[in-house]
Design a binder for this molecule. Structure first.
Ligand code: ZN
Length: 249
């Protein structure tokens, strides 16, 4: 059984009716903007396997207003994590991403919730590690795509690295090297559905949580262990990080 630790399955492009979720124990479903905060909660009511997270993504940091903050705060007991939050140097609003990020880390810290964090760019990692000193919450670095050095920095802080389908991309040698030195007990699996298709799909179609198998298979090859071990340990990691013991058993 697998846990997909990051999938936006509320997106209309995903037709889960056609997707076999028998070997998916749970899916963490993070919001990313104002529009889908409510949709995330509503969507997750469909199945006990769907576990919501609420947060505002750096691309939409201007939407981190009193209104959205109050929404997140008023539903804090319904969520398993604060996310998707983060920092991304590809957007030209980098400086204005920082205060909403800090506040959402603070919120998670106050409520003892883990965070699902999107980090792109050297400076994003630097700011994250700085903020983490004040708010050392349990963290999943979702769709990890940083340098080996930043992976090591995170692992030294007991932070989990979440690997997505980009680990199957031929050119992504660095990411496979990182997975090689990351202990299995710090690895999470995710699909980041509906984006980030596995390499074999040749960019055609919509990603779904079923494709977690492609990520697990790649980790199996890299770590030279069997797939059951990858499934068992990464699922335990997710249960531990997101406090799912009582929710799932
Ligand atoms: Zn995402």
């Amino acid at each position: 059984m697998f846990i997909d630790t990051h999938a936006h399955i509320f997106e209309e492009s995903i037709k889960l009716d056609n997707v076999n979720l028998n070997d998916i124990l749970a899916i963490i479903v993070p919001s990313y903007n104002k529009e889908n905060l409510g949709r995330t909660l509503l969507y997750c009511k469909q199945s006990p396997k769907f576990l919501p997270a609420l947060g505002i993504h750096p691309q939409y940091c201007h939407q981190f207003t009193h209104e959205t903050q109050n929404f997140i705060k008023s539903h804090i007991n319904e969520i398993v994590a604060v996310g998707e939050i983060g920092l991304d140097t590809r957007f030209d609003n980098f400086e204005s991403q920082i205060p909403p990020f800090v506040e959402q880390m603070q919120l998670a810290y106050k409520h003892n919730l883990p965070v699902s964090v999107h980090l792109i760019g050297e400076r994003a990692f630097d700011v994250f590690f700085e903020v983490y000193k004040s708010y050392p919450v349990k963290t999943a670095l979702h769709c990890f795509s940083g340098s080996a050095q930043n992976a090591e920095r995170a692992l030294n802080l007991d932070i989990y690295l979440s690997f997505a389908c980009n680990i199957t991309y031929k050119a992504n040698v660095v990411l496979r090297k990182i997975a090689e030195f990351t202990p299995l007990n710090r690895i999470l699996l995710e699909t980041d559905s509906p984006s980030m298709l596995p390499a074999s799909f040749m960019r055609k179609g919509t990603n779904t949580p079923q494709n977690i198998h492609f990520v697990a298979q790649k980790i199996t090859e890299i770590k030279k262990v069997d797939i059951e071990e990858v499934a068992n340990i990464t699922t335990q990691n997710a249960i531990e990080l997101f406090n799912l013991k009582e929710k799932l058993c």
